[in-house]
Structures are given as structure tokens and as C-alpha cells.
Ligand binder design. Structure first.
Ligand code: PAF
Length: 287
């Protein structure tokens, strides 16, 4: 496994990809878990060359979000990447990605960028879009992998790829959940045992919505209320939003229809969690 830190070296390496076959890229912020590893394993399986970046992008992390990448985390991450069979790991330094004279941002705009996650942290998607654009330009992959758990991030990236005619295919893989249903996230390790039990209710509230839909209740307001009622039973949860929306535009839907996304964000203790389930076009669920 080759570890690259220099921007010049990844540029030079990417120039040589053409002869090597399909390049699959998984951007990460480190602290890998089974969710990120599922994307990485897919990239290793589906592509001749697999590239993973580890960059705790400061431009998307709010000031209250602790995402320090200690050398210990990094060692563990590298061990897991080696075991998965990754070919190249790109670990740029913050000052190389955002040098002092850095001044050009990619700013997603319009309702998609302003709703839900965009409303809660207006700078977040600017940070994501800017760093992903840079990474795609540097690495020039054929495929780029994202997880469905961050559904609005996926929609933003899909739009970014379209808007800038970026020659890359977007692969979106299902959320990986623990045995009880909680979506895996780097933040879960910071939940206390009581918060972990509460976090389960966030997922179960979405399932309560699913049950209603299966009983032919399609009015979004009724389903959203049912989801809200489930999380309201847990004092550790403070609901931020629940939404039934189009997964591409994040426009709210008055009625559930095939292709609708049920999304939720809640503060559990001091940790912010998001989750979603998707009613696919063929009427089956992606959970
Ligand atoms: O989902 C993440 O971990 C980050 O938003 C990403 C895609 C690596 C961009 O920094």
C-alpha cells in the first residue's frame, strides 16, 4: 500500500492511472468504521486501483465538532486499509489543501443546499463541495464512493458532478447498521450507554413511519408526526427535523410516493445523529 502525502506526488501518480485500469476512490475523514470500510471494500473489488483519502476537512467541521486525528487513529486506519487491500492512501496536510492564499470555494446554492443539513450549518456543504472537488481533480478517479447515510451530501455531490461535468461515476452504497439497527458512524463511539439506547429510538422512529406507509398511510404530515411521537418518548433525544422528501432535490413531499426518502436528524445527548430510509421506485425499502 502506497501512502502519499504530497499534492505533487498524487498529481504525478494520477497521470499514470490511464494504463492501470479503473480507479475507485473513497474520500474519508479517517476514524474508519464498518460503514466506511464497506465503501472501501467495494472500491477494491470493483476497480483495478483503489484510492482512499484521509482528510479531516476543517472547512466542513463546525467549531464545536471535535475530529482530531490522533496518530493512534491514523495507525488503526492504515492497518484496516492494508487489510482491505487498498492500493493508494492519500493523506494531505491541511496547509497543502488550504494554503494561506487559498480563496476559491465551490458553493452549492439553491434549495438543495439550503434545506435541512444546509440550514443547520450553512458552511458545511461549501466545505464538503470544495474539498471533494479538489480531491476529484487531484485523484481523477473513474468511480467515487459515498454512503447513503449522508443522503443530502450524496445529492449535493451528484449535483456537483453534473454541474461541473466531472468525468466520474457516483456509486452510493447502502447504510451499514449495527446488529440493532443504528447506522454506523464515527460519532457512535462517543455515545454513553444511555445515549446508545436512545440512538436506537432514532432508527426505530423511521421504522414506525415505514409501518404506517405499509398500512397505506401516505400523508407526510401524519407519518412525520408518528416519527416525532416516537422520539419524543426519550428525554435524551432532541429532534432537529424529520422530513419526507425527494432524495435528489430534498424538496418536501406532501404525500409519500415511490422514491421518497424519510430523513431524520436529532441531538442525542451532546452528539448529533442523522439517519434515513428510502422507499425505492419499485416499492421496496432501502434501509
Ligand atoms: O462523509 C464524509 O466523511 C465527508 O463529508 C467527506 C465526504 C469525506 C468529505 O470531507
Amino acid at each position: 500500500m502506497r501512502i502519499i502525502q504530497q499534492v505533487e506526488e498524487i498529481t504525478e501518480t494520477a497521470r499514470g492511472w490511464l494504463s492501470g485500469g479503473t480507479v475507485g476512490f473513497v474520500p474519508t475523514m479517517g476514524r474508519l468504521h464498518e460503514g466506511s470500510l464497506s465503501l472501501i471494500r467495494a472500491a477494491c473489488q470493483e476497480c483495478e486501483i483503489s484510492v482512499v483519502s484521509i482528510f479531516a476537512n476543517p472547512k466542513q467541521l463546525g467549531s464545536n465538532q471535535d475530529w482530531s486525528l490522533t496518530p493512534l487513529f491514523l495507525e488503526e486506519d492504515l492497518e484496516q486499509l492494508r487489510a482491505a487491500g487498498v492500493d493508494v492512501v492519500f493523506i494531505p496536510r491541511e496547509e497543502d489543501i488550504y494554503p494561506p492564499y487559498f480563496s476559491t470555494y465551490v458553493i452549492p446554492s439553491g434549495p438543495l443546499a439550503e434545506r435541512f443539513e444546509g440550514a443547520i450549518s450553512p458552511e458545511h456543504f461549501r466545505g464538503v463541495a470544495t474539498s471533494i472537488t479538489k480531491l476529484l481533480l487531484l485523484i481523477r478517479p473513474d468511480l467515487v464512493y459515498f454512503g447513503q447515510k449522508d443522503a443530502q451530501q450524496v445529492a449535493i455531490i451528484r449535483q456537483l458532478i453534473r454541474d461541473f461535468h466531472i468525468d466520474v461515476s457516483l456509486r452510493v452504497l447502502a447504510t451499514v447498521r449495527d446488529s440493532e439497527g443504528r447506522p454506523l458512524s464515527g460519532r457512535n463511539s462517543r455515545l454513553s450507554p444511555a445515549e446508545q439506547r436512545a440512538a436506537l429510538l432514532v432508527y426505530q422512529s423511521l421504522l414506525a413511519g415505514k409501518v404506517l406507509i405499509e398500512q397505506h398511510e401516505y400523508r407526510s404530515a401524519v407519518i412525520e408526526q408518528a416519527i416525532t411521537d416516537v422520539v419524543a418518548t426519550e428525554p435524551l433525544i432532541s429532534l432537529e427535523y424529520v422530513a419526507i422528501c425527494d432524495p435528489e432535490t430534498f424538496q418536501e413531499l406532501p404525500e409519500v410516493r415511490p422514491g421518497a426518502l424519510l430523513a431524520i436528524a436529532a441531538q442525542v445527548g451532546t452528539i448529533r445523529l442523522i439517519d434515513n430510509i428510502l422507499l425505492r421506485d419499485d416499492g421496496t425499502w432501502q434501509i
